[in-house]
Design a protein around this ligand. Structure first.
Ligand code: HEM
Ligand SMILES: [Cu+2]
Length: 565
């Protein structure tokens, strides 16, 4: 039975989340194209913006894609995952709708404030503060309030998952938590723990400051609170992709997940290690002792372990599937995978790209080698592989599979859908590779004038190739990405708006049991209270002293007092 027939209300909730996410994707993607063309100098004079507006565009791009598109898609996807895997409707529908509405109002508020940056004639401040909103950059209070409503809304939707789980638990004492629900709960435990930082930053400091109630804030403290949240947020994006790779992808490949216990171990490791690592974004910030940066680096490197485990489990599951379909040989089985199915190819290509993103991430995480690439174009090169593709392209794959199930309509424009992931893959390879290389040559990120042309122009020194050739690849890659994104939205709109016909589409949304099930793992893995307690302890160890030294010299005073290393 198709999801929409079994759970019509939950299907509606997922649809609304996806719908808002897709609108954010459309606007954010358009801004991405503008950036790629403007900062590389292609069609620059034809674009209706100037170098100041560039920051409005860049803020819109970062906020709408990295914060809004992600959060809506994740919350919607998880509604499906919890309902399907527990096999019951949500416990308190209304709670989830309240959360959704809060997210929606917050998004509208923040977006309007950002877009206001295009109309300097209006007597309002706007919010060209980028999606990291570092103080002392100051935005209109409505921007911060909007961001807070978005996050608080996601908390409320998250509460719904826990409430539904609690009801299920009452009916099923002693049973193992179904895998997808386990993954959702683990992801949200991490989300609650980490968003606390940004909530304090916004509600205690930035909102009162933007309203003029307090005269200054401590940039180091607010940055630290931001990055306390800013690294776990990347796992908030990544883990839903993992949910799809572990639970949907093996089925699409014609097989079954290799190991449920390994999947649980991976998610537990993320709960433990995602948060006490934020200082790896602040290697260049003064006022944080090197020893704490070193702890953050070590924890970060440990996070490679769950990602390697994932690569192993997912590839092994795909091989299993391919062999079920008649594939053979050492690598020959790869050809037996359904590469023409957009849901499969999008997720599989996303996983491949993520491997590359993982490697450039290791460079970012190295305390010394980070200095080479900090604030250069390398960094956006890296995260377009991770959030941009590992998350973004996976969610497109999820949509190809799920939207028919939540609308009851057959996927339309199948040919377009089949080629769309490949266009994304090629575009991203061009853009991201050139961004990485440009970063190594010293090209800065976040500027409309990366070449500092004119007097005192900075010399750039690529190891091979030229800056001009990299700029061309960024522009061509960015254009292909935009084309791909537009094609995806055409397929979605076409599917959504098509007449459903006489008979409802019936999709087999069942997910086969893993080869090795939860009964093969120790019960302690399901004890989320224990893992939460250890995670909190690790956070206290990593953050306690540095945060104390930042506030001990006066909560609003910049910097931190010296303390012995
Ligand atoms: C049409 C596809 C896309 C294109 C052409 C594109 C292009 C770009 C470019 C050129 C930059 C660098 C701007 C600069 O530093 O001056 C950038 C930044 C960024 N992009 Fe994208 N992008 C695309 C899709 C995405 C997606 C899908 C995501 C996330 C889900 C994303 C997230 C970001 C973020 C977070 C930044 C950094 C913003 C900042 O520095 O404040 N982008 N993008
Ligand atoms: Cu990080």
């Amino acid at each position: 039975m198709t999801f929409i027939d079994k759970y019509p209300n939950e299907a509606k909730l997922v649809r609304w989340h996806f719908g808002v996410g897709f609108i954010a994707l459309a606007i954010g993607g358009l801004f991405g194209l503008v950036q790629a063309l403007y900062r590389t100098g292609f069609f620059r004079s034809a674009l209706p913006i100037n170098a100041t507006d560039y920051y409005t565009v860049l803020t819109g791009h970062g906020v709408l894609l990295a914060l809004v598109f992600t959060t809506f898609l994740i919350c919607g996807f998880f509604v499906w995952a919890v309902t399907r895997s527990l096999g019951r409707p949500l416990a308190h529908q209304r709670v989830a709708w309240v959360g959704f509405l809060s997210m929606l109002v917050g998004t509208v508020l923040a977006t309007l404030t950002i877009l206001n940056g295009f109309a300097p004639a209006l007597p309002f401040e706007s919010a060209d503060v980028l999606y990291t909103f570092y103080a002392p950059l100051k935005g209109h209070p409505a921007f911060y309030v909007g961001a807070a409503l978005l996050i608080v809304g996601s908390w409320v939707v998250g509460a719904e998952y826990f409430l539904t789980y609690r009801e299920w638990r009452a009916d099923n004492p002693g049973e193992r938590i179904p895998l997808q629900t386990f993954m959702v709960l683990a992801t949200f435990i991490m989300w609650y723990l980490s968003t606390l930082g940004v909530a304090v930053e916004v509600l205690v400091f930035l909102v009162p400051w933007s309203l003029g109630w307090i005269s200054q804030v401590d940039p180091l403290l607010t940055r630290t609170l931001f990055w306390y949240f800013g690294h776990p947020v990347v796992y908030f994006w990544l883990l839903p992709a993992y949910v799809a790779w572990y639970t949907i992808l093996p089925k699409l490949a014609g097989g079954r997940l290799l190991s449920d216990p390994l999947a649980r171990v991976v998610f537990v490791l993320f709960v433990l290690l995602s948060t006490p690592v934020g200082f790896h974004h602040q290697y260049l910030d003064p006022g944080i002792a090197d020893g704490f940066k070193f702890i953050a680096m070590t924890n970060t490197m440990m996070l490679l372990l769950p990602s390697f485990l994932t690569a192993f489990t997912v590839v092994a599951s795909l091989e299993h599937g391919a062999r079920q379909r008649g594939g053979g040989g050492y690598f020959g089985w790869l050809r037996a995978l359904p590469w023409g199915e957009p849901a499969f190819s999008a997720m599989a290509l996303a996983g491949l790209v993520f491997a590359a993103g993982g490697f450039s991430g290791m460079i970012n995480a190295g305390m010394n080698i980070n200095y080479l690439i900090h604030n250069t174009l390398w960094v956006p090169g890296h995260f377009h592989l991770t959030v941009g593709t590992a998350f973004g392209l996976t969610m497109m794959g999820v949509s190809y599979w799920l939207v028919p199930q939540i609308t009851g309509k057959r996927l339309q424009h199948k040919t377009i859908a089949a080629i769309q992931p490949y266009i994304w893959f090629v575009g991203m390879t061009l853009m991201s590779n050139a961004m990485h290389r440009g970063g190594l040559a010293g090209l800065p990120r976040r500027t409309a004038e990366p070449l500092f042309r004119g007097e005192g122009a900075a010399p750039f020194d690529p190891v091979f190739g030229t800056i001009a050739e990299m700029q061309l690849q960024i522009a061509v890659g960015g254009t292909l990405l935009f084309v791909s994104l537009a094609l995806f939205l055409v397929v979605m709109a076409g599917t959504w708006l098509t007449q459903s016909g006489v008979a409802r589409l019936s999709v087999n949304g069942a997910i086969p049991a893993p080869l090795s099930g939860p009964e093969d793992s120790p019960r302690i893995l399901d004890n989320l209270k224990v893992w939460t307690a250890i995670a909190v302890l690790l956070v206290v160890i990593a953050y306690g002293l540095p945060l104390w030294s930042m506030i001990a010299d006066g909560v609003l005073l910049p910097g931190s007092g010296p303390f012995p290393v």
